[in-house]
Write a protein that binds this ligand. Structure first.
Ligand code: AMP
Length: 392
């Protein structure tokens, strides 16, 4: 069995897979350091436990204990390996890796670039090292997939010393999701090699867009931090950097407060004044002008990136792919984005755009100049497959 873990600062999300890639149980340990709650879902049955999680170690121990109590694992040695999602591997990590002291050091060093994500990943790794000491631990980094991006695309036009001394550059995120989508596209199209280009819009609560050249990341919209690029649920995406100093002086706030507003109260939430959740916004966009404005801005920014990336790929793509919560589910947003791309001569198939689907569906007609797909991402499955590959 393989345990796939997504660590947060006060939570541990997980899925337990068997060797046939079937999910045996999924769960969430939350409110770590506050009080504690554990939810396990198996065979569509929900089990809830209120408990005490003073730290991540206590949460890890309780997860394993409850898996045994529910007879999902008979013996904890059945869990042979653990795959952990880690956000930031800096520029030293190119692929999934077995965790050792060097890798832990790299995660620690990169904590300054991902202060909300890397420290909890490290404590979760240490918790599972103690709880399941026999298991092999693998780290899958969100930044790793983007290491193929070249300097002219990953550097910002700032003093070069900021890159050399302070590691300022574009790193990109959602790499595990992009790796999964590329793999799925190859499978669906039955491609034998990496001779294909794509533009993939990962539109979730956090959102980014990536161009793929010959199967590898060629450019991506997230930057040094996840604040760059597209407009998101609560994040602004790219803005004039001088806004920070201007608002700071004009509203008497420090840089930390302004940056926090750009992360937590901007994007869809900031413009609509309603919600950061796209469902809440699209459901009222016909009667609420601010909701409509938020949708228009959101879609325009995605469309503008598509044009930019298509140009960088010399107009040669084998597919435009929508994925993640909004990309997979919102036919309105897909339609609005395509409407803002008149130069591409894409004709959406309105039936398949709204149709239910399992993993992947083409949503453009055969008359369309470019093929468009909606594909469901599955980061946990990607991690599970990487773990199996690495530990076999
Ligand atoms: P994620 O971060 O990938 O879970 O995506 C969360 C976003 O997906 C939220 O903005 C949700 O409103 C959006 N979302 C999920 N399901 C739908 C849906 N059926 N229609 C529109 N948006 C959706």
């Amino acid at each position: 069995m393989i345990l796939v873990v997504n660590p947060g600062s006060s939570s541990i999300k997980f899925k337990l897979f068997n060797e046939a890639f079937e999910v045996l149980v999924e769960g969430l340990a939350e409110r770590i350091g506050i009080d504690g709650a554990l939810t396990l879902i198996t065979n569509e049955k929900k089990h809830k436990f209120n408990t005490e999680f003073p730290d991540h170690l206590a949460a890890a121990e309780t997860i394993i204990e409850k898996l045994r109590e529910l007879n999902i694992v008979k013996n904890q040695n059945e869990i042979k390996s653990i795959g952990l999602r880690v956000v930031h591997g800096g520029d030293k990590i190119f692929e999934p890796v077995i965790i050792d002291s060097r890798i832990k050091k790299i995660i620690e060093i990169n904590s300054k670039l991902a202060p909300l994500h890397n420290p909890p990943a490290l404590v979760t790794i240490e918790a599972f090292e103690k709880t399941l000491s026999h298991a092999k631990l693998v780290a899958c980094f969100d930044t790793a997939f983007h290491q193929s991006i070249k300097p002219e695309k990953f550097l910002y036009p700032v003093p070069y010393e900021w890159y050399e001394k302070n590691s300022v550059r574009r790193y990109g995120m959602h790499g595990i999701s992009y790796a999964y989508i590329v793999k799925k596209f190859r499978e669906v199209k039955q491609l034998k090699n990496n001779d294909f280009n794509l533009i993939i819009a990962h539109l979730g609560n956090g959102a980014s867009i990536t161009s793929i050249k010959n199967g590898k990341s060629f450019n991506t919209s997230m930057g040094l931090t996840p604040l760059d690029g597209l407009m998101m649920g609560t994040r602004s995406g790219e803005i004039d950097p001088s806004i920070i100093e201007y608002i700071s002086k004009d509203s008497n706030m420090d840089v930390i407060e302004v940056t926090s507003i750009l992360n937590k109260d901007s994007g869809l939430k900031g413009i609509s004044g309603i919600s950061s959740d796209m469902r809440d916004i699209t459901s009222v966009m016909n009667e609420n002008t601010r909701a409509k404005l938020a949708v228009d801005m959101y879609c325009q920014r995605v469309a503008d990136f598509v044009i930019k990336y298509l140009n960088q790929l010399e107009g040669k793509i084998d597919g435009l792919i929508f994925t993640a919560g909004i990309g997979e589910n919102s036919f309105i947003i897909r339609e609005e984005i395509i409407k803002k791309l008149p130069m591409l001569n894409i004709e959406l198939d309105s039936k398949s755009n709204i149709e239910q689907y399992d993993e992947c569906l083409k949503i453009s007609t055969n008359k369309s100049q470019y093929e468009v797909f909606k594909i469901r991402t599955n980061e946990e499955l990607m991690i599970c497959k990487d773990v199996i590959k690495l530990t076999k």
